[in-house]
Design a protein around this ligand. Sequence first.
Ligand code: PXP
Length: 244
Amino acid sequence: MLRLGVNIDHVATIRNARGTPWPDPMRAARIAEKAGADGITAHLREDRRHISDADIDALMAGLDLPLNFEMAATPEMQQIALRHRPHAVCIVPEKREERTTEGGLDVAGNEAMLAEFIAPLRDAGCRVSLFIGHEPDQIRASARIGAAVVELHTGAYCDLDTEGRHAERDAELEALRKGAELADSLGLEVHAGHGLTYDTVAPIAAIPQIKELNIGHFLIAESVFTGLDGAIREMHRRMAAARA
Ligand code: PXP
């Protein structure tokens, strides 16, 4: 079965827009659990623009689903992760908004630093995931440094689809397929995510090596109209149909 991790960051974005206690990301996590989500993803950014330290405390204390804790490779975040020991830690580029066109984390260019950074997380029992592009160099470097998981960045594929650049989108999809095959052949568990919608999810969900999709912004956006429960169930249905 292909798992769905629901990213609840943008529930916190709406909350923080007004400085109120609502909407509460923990409430969203509970709804996601009831709707059949397989995990919850939350990104504690260095600038705390959405998820807060208190949100992570609440999720760790009250959530029955596994938490995928997204964070930059900084000493502060490493300390927080080691204190909480979440099920999974996904390392993402520190200034990702400036690097979306470049893809994900540069593992190949920071191999020694990242190997040292992830070792204590792995020793603490966290499944370490690296958010990377589909480039073979990045995938091979991720395997060399002992990551358990790579999450392939689907943002470019989704952007090309939205822009109607179908030939380039299909080339990107093919590169993601090849990347998933390579990662799987090296013993890495393969996840994917970023920018996925009802319209873009099926070809990604159909890639047989992918075990988990992490989806956030679209689900929270859609929930304005259909409710979070309905949005998650519909996404799961599309994922299962594509996999079948
Ligand atoms: N995976 C990773 C590693 C991410 O950083 C994000 C965005 O926080 C997502 C998945 C989910 O992306 P989106 O919110 O666009 O669905």
